[in-house]
Design a protein around this ligand. Structure first.
Ligand code: ZN
Ligand code: ZN
Length: 411
């Protein structure tokens, strides 16, 4: 194992010592806190201040970290303790990670084992162990194409809201692959810098569709005025913002829904599928919610509630609201994969391939003993699956498997 860690360390060292390695500077580096996790010693160095990215690069080349971060925040004194830093502002940052998206693949490729009692399972790692309530786990987490694709779909939803609902233009937000199995969206615009945690929470609620006003208000009115129907509690959706999104979601869901699907989501009204054509072509687009007999306002509300979930962007809410957050630095390596965090243009969101575009180690090959690996892609090559096999792999693939504790350098 030591030899394997040493191999990865040497590769990280080559990367950080190479003057041609591209590590772009975030805006106003002198106002940010920098931090990094030491590769060998495994501890976090924080509260560092650098007047320029050039100085920071010297430190990276000297210390060789496994992971590198900077604050989303701007401070008067980024190198002092938290309460003396004097917060000036913060970028608005969104983190979309397969960890927070229920995918069908995580049950297959993710494993966890309780450090205290040894309880193990597959899928999303629980907050605490169901056997001993311990909170520390050894995890084996994989990043497959389906993970990336699921995260990408959430980014599409987020970006749609940023552009169409918040009015940001494409050049006001930046998209990044996170280096593992997700994406980051940064807004480094003056207009967002001064937003406090409360304001950011409002943005998070909007993006995740929490407490959607149209639905809440309607339901409450329904309850209080259930005896007397009034004109202002009719089900109604506009053509912008979440209203538009819910209409789209309804169309998406109904277009291939069966009676069984309806039952599964708690909608017992078969009129929704029996009149599908009319609903899709007229009722939803024209907002004629009363035109199909047997579908009440309450049914529409229930359907709207259900599709809201699908239309919400599944962001890691904590990252966006934390105004002191450290975020992985663009151009640096992820300690769990050896891939880079890397920026790509919004126009490439459809087809940016992290297993090509984020590859840092493009040369050489190395012989490794792979304990267990699903099929995977790196640098345009499809490799595996492997089980207790000695194989010669391209450097990037070997680094990834070692970082994920699925392989060791062959003796
Ligand atoms: Zn346990
Ligand atoms: Zn996956």
């Amino acid at each position: 194992m030591e030899a394997s860690r040493e191999f990865v360390y040497q590769k990280f060292a080559e990367y950080y010592k190479d003057p041609s390695t591209d590590i772009p500077s975030p805006p106003n580096p002198e106002q940010r806190e920098f931090g990094y996790l030491m590769f060998r010693e495994r501890f976090m160095v924080r509260h560092k201040r650098f007047s320029s990215i050039k100085n920071f690069r010297t430190i990276l080349a000297d210390t060789i970290p496994s992971d590198v971060y900077h604050s989303c925040a701007y401070y008067e004194n980024p190198d002092l303790e938290m309460d003396k830093k004097n917060w000036i502002g913060s970028d608005l940052v969104f983190d979309i990670d397969a960890d927070h998206i229920p995918t069908t693949c995580n049950k297959i490729h993710d494993e966890f084992k309780c450090q205290k009692c040894g309880f193990q399972g597959r899928g999303i790692t629980p907050e605490s162990c169901p056997c001993c309530e311990g909170t520390k786990f050894d995890t084996k987490i994989w990043a497959c194409d389906l993970c990336i694709q699921s995260a990408r779909e959430e980014v599409f939803k987020l970006v749609d809201m940023l552009e169409n609902d918040f009015g940001f233009s494409r050049d006001e937000y930046s998209l990044y692959f996170s280096g593992h199995r997700g994406f980051h969206v940064h807004i480094e615009n003056e207009t967002v810098r001064s937003l406090d945690a409360m304001a950011r929470k409002e943005i998070v609620d909007y993006v995740t569709g929490l407490g959607l006003a149209v639905l809440e208000k309607e339901t409450k009115e329904k309850k209080s005025k259930s005896k007397k129907k009034t004109s202002n509690n009719k089900f109604m959706l506009h053509d912008f913002g979440w209203n538009r999104r819910i209409k789209l979601g309804m169309k998406d869901f109904l277009s291939d829904a069966t009676r069984k699907d309806l039952k599964e989501v708690g909608l017992k009204n078969n009129a929704l599928v029996d009149n599908k054509d009319t609903i899709l072509s007229r009722a939803i687009p024209e907002g004629r919610w009363e035109m199909v007999n047997g579908i009440s306002d309450l049914t529409w509300l229930k359907l709207a509630e259900y599709v809201r979930e699908n239309q919400a962007a599944k962001i890691d809410t904590v990252v966006t609201t934390d105004i002191h957050r450290l975020i992985r630095m663009n151009g640096t390596l992820h300690g769990k994969t050896g891939l880079k965090k890397v920026q790509f243009p919004a126009s490439a969101l459809h087809d940016f391939d992290p297993f090509v575009g984020a590859v840092a180690f493009k040369k050489g090959a190395v012989k490794v003993l792979v304990s267990d690996s699903p099929e995977f892609r790196v640098g345009g090559e499809t490799l595996g699956p492997y089980k207790n096999q000695t194989v010669t792999l391209p450097t990037a693939a070997a680094v990834m498997l070692i970082c994920k504790r699925r392989a060791e350098v062959a003796p």
